[in-house]
Design a protein around this ligand. Structure first.
Ligand code: SF4
Length: 542
């Protein structure tokens, strides 16, 4: 099918073509931009790749996040202090260790490897005043990723980006090789926003004829904001909200997506991620089947729940296991449905797995938890949010504390580790309720393997945002959250003081928090559980 392979190189200038008039089978380059945790391949572009391949659209995948971070690590030099000197000396040794199972049997060595590697990334930003980069984040004190004018400035001044040397070295070669005339960028996290716009600015300036398409979770959230008006129309040809397969294929004139496809990771460098083997993400649903919690952006953004049929999910997971031999499957759903959990227990995917669940009666059943463990479940993430029943009811969480207690006990007995998420500072909480959360956590500390503590942000489109007096948007015109006056005076500063001076100082809680894998947090947590079959050392007992 040579005639379908498109031109030998990207357009190098001239008038921008009408995007609607694009030839169907021109190649496309799909990019996962920096900065996100480099522990696993990106699910979004892998799913798009499967949809495009099924329609014979030539497509190339680029994990720019992983490659650019490795590029920066490789260029680190002139360390100014003892720590940095050691980090530089051990750079290759640490990178190799992070890709080796044995490291995950030794939490202290792991922490040192991550801290040293991160130190080198920090050093790479030393020549860019105001820029802070880590293995999990990127920030620029002069530019908010939530202000469209700052993002457009990042695009205009792309040569000043920390990533420009890598963009300039990698993109020309890749566009030449792939012959791509279209570039799709999957923007999911805020930490990717500024580097994404620098990349868009570079692509637009250097190859004005390219068609640029922007999608991903963050773009979806922006486009769900009330009164959204695209501020990027002069830079980006198409912004896509929600699942991208249909709109992208439609845009390319390639027909509807083929039903029931799983992600295709073949175009990504699976051996290069900072993990002891492939950790493969998989989304069995989009949105949330509960979709009622008042603090959550999902209902506020009116996302519709779409589930892949559980039998299809199981088939996909078997296929991923057979093709890539993952050390871990990462189920990305906001909440794995009870039906899917049953399907996994009935037909185990054959590789260890973890994911987020909403607590329900099935999970309080010790026999069912035993079957989940036998299916390969090594860790479940649970949104407890609060140890106050009144707060849970006010946020429409739909769970009872006694059910959570029974669930924690059943999971602990089954040997499934837990990553419990707590949320402080919601409108119905005060210090009294926050202390109830503290008491709950202490009482159940043996069944809580890991903890995530968050301070409440008011989703901009939520019902509560309309009900409570506020002081405008938190950060910029693209902010997803809104400032508000807490009705009980329990503001962010008071919450933070409570967390730092009281909550985190409880010995049982401090011990849980110390277990959290540095920077990689829940993405690596499952690897530190004693029963993780990929490792043979001593891990954390559940
Ligand atoms: S269960 Fe989770 S994802 Fe679903 S609405 Fe509640 S907080 Fe949001």
């Amino acid at each position: 099918m040579t005639e379908l392979c498109g031109p030998a190189g990207p357009p190098t200038g001239g008038r921008r073509p009408d995007p609607q008039a694009i030839q169907t089978m021109d190649p496309i380059l799909l990019i996962h931009p920096p900065v996100a945790k480099p522990g696993e391949p990106p699910a979004g572009i892998a799913l798009l790749a499967a949809a495009l391949n099924a329609r014979n659209v030539p497509c190339t995948l680029l994990d720019a996040n992983l490659e650019a971070q490795l590029f920066l690590l490789d260029r680190a030099d002139a360390p100014p202090d003892t720590w940095s000197t050691r980090a530089l000396r051990r750079r290759d040794e640490h990178l190799t260790a992070l890709r080796t199972p044995a490291l995950y049997a030794n939490p202290d060595r792991y922490r040192r490897a991550v801290a040293d590697t991160n130190r080198l990334l920090e050093l790479a930003a030393a020549s860019h005043p105001g820029v802070r980069i880590s293995l999990s984040d990127y920030a620029d004190e002069d530019r908010s990723p939530l202000a469209s004018d700052a993002l457009l400035r990042a695009a205009n001044e792309y040569e000043a980006s920390l990533f420009f040397p890598w963009y300039a070295a990698r993109l020309p070669e890749l566009l030449e090789e792939s012959g791509a005339t279209r570039v799709g960028i999957s923007l999911c996290f805020l930490s990717q926003a500024l580097p994404t716009f620098a990349l868009l600015g570079f692509l637009r300036a250097r190859w004005p004829g390219l068609t640029l398409v922007l999608g991903g979770g963050l773009v979806t959230s922006w486009m769900s904001r009330p009164g959204w008006q695209n501020p990027f129309a002069g830079l980006v040809d198409h912004c896509i909200a929600g699942p991208g397969e249909g709109p992208l294929l439609d845009l390319l004139g390639a027909g509807p997506p083929t039903a029931d496809l799983g992600p295709d990771y073949t175009g990504l460098p699976l051996a290069d991620y900072l993990a002891p083997g492939p950790i493969l993400p998989y989304a069995a649903s989009r949105g949330c089947y509960w979709n009622r919690c008042r603090f959550c952006p999902e209902p506020a953004e009116k996302s519709r729940w779409r589930e892949v049929a559980p039998a299809t999910v199981v088939r996909h997971l078997h296929a991923l296991r057979a093709q890539y031999q993952p050390v871990l499957l990462h189920l990305l759903d906001n909440a794995l449905s009870p039906g899917l959990l049953r399907a996994l227990a009935d037909d185990p995917p054959g590789a260890p797995w973890y994911g987020f669940v909403r607590v329900h009666e099935q999970l309080a059943d010790p026999a069912f938890c035993g079957r989940l463990r036998a299916s390969g479940c090594v860790l479940l993430k649970l949104g407890l949010e609060s140890g106050s029943q009144a707060v849970l009811d006010a946020m429409a969480k739909g769970i009872r504390l006694d059910l959570m207690e029974r669930t924690l006990a059943a999971l602990s007995r089954a040997g499934i580790a837990t990553y419990v998420y707590l949320l402080f500072g919601t409108p119905s909480e005060s210090l009294v309720e926050a202390r109830q959360t503290l008491d709950f956590t202490r009482r159940h500390h043996r069944a809580i393997t890991f903890l995530n503590l968050a301070v409440f942000n008011m989703p901009v489109a939520s019902d509560e945002a309309a009900e409570l007096p506020g002081t405008g948007f938190s950060d910029g015109d693209l902010s997803l959250y809104r400032d508000f006056v807490h009705p009980r005076g329990w503001d962010r500063r008071a919450v933070r003081t409570f967390l730092d001076r009281e909550f985190k100082r409880q010995p049982e809680i401090a011990a849980i928090l110390r277990r959290d894998p540095l920077l990689f947090t829940s993405n690596h947590a499952a690897l530190f559980t004693a029963h993780f079959p990929g490792l043979d050392g001593e891990g954390i007992k559940t």
